[in-house]
Design a protein around this ligand. Structure first.
Ligand code: PBG
Length: 328
C-alpha cells in the first residue's frame, strides 16, 4: 500500500499484452496490393535459371514468367516489374528498343495472361541490354552520354507502351529522363501510361546480386550517374525535377540503408511513393537465415514493415508473392 505512489502511472506495456491487442493498435500493416514483384525473364532458355546469389529467385522463361504473373494475381499483388535479359547485347542496347526484344515480348505475354488484373511495369533502362553494362550509350571517351541516352529512352518508352505496359520505370538516372519519356509517350498516343520515376537512386554495393540476375558485364561503377550515398538533400532536388517533368509516382532505392531519404521524400510529396528492396537486401537476409543466424520470416516482415513505416505506399520486393500469401 505505502509504495503504490512509486509505481508507474503510465504503462505502455498494457497495449502489448496479447496478439489481439497488438494487432488492434498497430500503426502500420502490410497489404498484398501494395507489394510489387520484380521479375527477370531471359531470352532463349528452355528452363528457368536460378540466380545463385538470390536463393529462390530465377531468370524466368517466357512460360514460367506467365505462371509467376498468375501467382501474383492469385496472391493479390499490386504489380509486377519486368526486367529483360537478352540473348545478345551490344553497345547501344538495341534489344531494348526492338519491338520483338525480350522485354517487349514479356510485357505482351504477361498482359495476355493477366490483362488488367495486375499492374504491369517495365524497367526502362539500357544496362540489361548493353554489352558494356552501363545504363546508357557511351561517348567517344567512354562516358555515359546523357542526351544521346535520352533519345534511346524515348524509343524504349514507346516500344514498351506499344507492347501494353501500364507503368514504365525509368531507372537510369539520366538528367531529364522523366520529361523525355513523358513527351515520347504522349507523342505516341500513350497518355495513360504512367511513369514511376526512380527519383532517388543511389550508387549502391547492394545491387551486386542483380548484376548476376541480368547477366551484366559491367566493369567499373555507376558513380557518375547514380547518387552518392552520402547525400540526402540531393534527393529532394531530384524529386522536384521528376515531379516537374511529369512523374506520376516516385521511388527511393535501395530501401533499408535509405529509410531517412524515403521518409523525407514521403513527407514532401502528394504522389504515391515506392521503395525498392533490392537484390542485396534480399540476399543478406536469405544468407543469414540459411546460416540459422536470423529468423527468416520474422526478418522479412520486419524489413517490409520498417519500409512501410518510413513512408512507402508501395514496396518492390523479391518476396512479394510469398509475403502476400502469408498476409492473406
Ligand atoms: C537498372 C536497375 C538496377 C536495379 C534495378 N534497375 C541495377 C543498377 O542500377 O545497377 C537493381 C535492382 C536490384 O538490385 O534488385 N536497370
Amino acid at each position: 500500500m505505502s509504495t503504490y505512489g512509486s509505481f508507474p502511472a503510465s504503462r505502455p506495456r498494457r497495449l502489448r499484452t496479447i496478439p489481439a491487442m497488438r494487432r488492434m493498435v498497430a500503426e502500420h500493416r502490410l497489404h498484398p496490393a501494395e507489394l510489387i514483384l520484380p521479375a527477370f525473364v531471359r531470352e532463349g532458355i528452355a528452363e528457368p535459371v536460378p540466380v545463385s546469389s538470390m536463393p529462390g529467385v530465377v531468370q524466368h522463361t517466357r512460360d514460367t514468367l506467365r505462371k509467376a504473373a498468375v501467382e501474383a494475381v492469385e496472391a493479390g499483388l499490386g504489380g509486377i516489374m519486368l526486367f529483360g535479359v537478352p540473348e545478345h547485347k551490344d553497345a547501344t542496347g538495341s534489344g531494348g528498343t526492338d519491338p520483338d526484344g525480350i522485354l517487349q515480348v514479356a510485357i505482351r505475354d504477361v498482359k495476355a495472361e493477366v490483362g488488367d488484373e495486375l499492374i504491369v511495369m517495365s524497367d526502362l533502362c539500357l544496362d540489361e541490354f548493353t554489352d558494356h553494362g552501363h545504363c546508357g550509350v557511351l561517348d567517344s571517351e567512354g562516358r555515359v552520354d546523357n542526351d544521346a541516352t535520352l533519345e534511346r529512352y524515348a524509343e524504349m518508352a514507346r516500344v514498351q507502351a506499344d507492347a501494353g505496359v501500364h507503368v514504365v520505370g525509368p531507372s537510369g538516372m539520366m538528367d531529364g529522363q522523366v520529361g523525355v519519356v513523358r513527351a515520347a509517350l504522349d507523342a505516341a498516343g500513350h497518355q495513360d501510361v504512367s511513369i514511376l520515376a526512380y527519383t532517388a537512386k543511389y550508387s549502391s554495393a547492394f545491387y551486386g546480386p542483380f548484376r548476376e540476375a541480368v547477366a551484366s558485364s559491367l566493369s567499373g561503377d555507376r558513380k557518375a550517374y547514380q547518387q552518392d550515398p552520402a547525400n540526402a538533400r540531393e534527393s529532394l532536388r531530384e524529386l522536384a525535377l521528376d515531379l516537374a517533368e511529369g512523374a506520376d509516382m516516385v521511388m527511393v532505392k535501395p530501401a533499408l540503408p535509405y529509410l531517412d531519404v524515403l521518409h523525407r521524400v514521403a513527407e514532401s510529396v502528394d504522389v504515391p511513393v515506392a521503395a525498392y528492396q533490392i537484390s542485396g537486401e534480399y540476399a543478406m537476409v536469405e544468407a543469414a537465415a540459411a546460416n540459422g543466424w536470423i529468423d527468416r520470416e520474422a526478418a522479412i516482415l520486419e524489413t517490409l514493415t520498417g519500409i512501410k513505416r518510413a513512408g512507402a505506399n508501395m514496396i518492390l520486393t523479391y518476396w512479394a508473392t510469398e509475403v502476400a500469401r502469408r498476409l492473406r
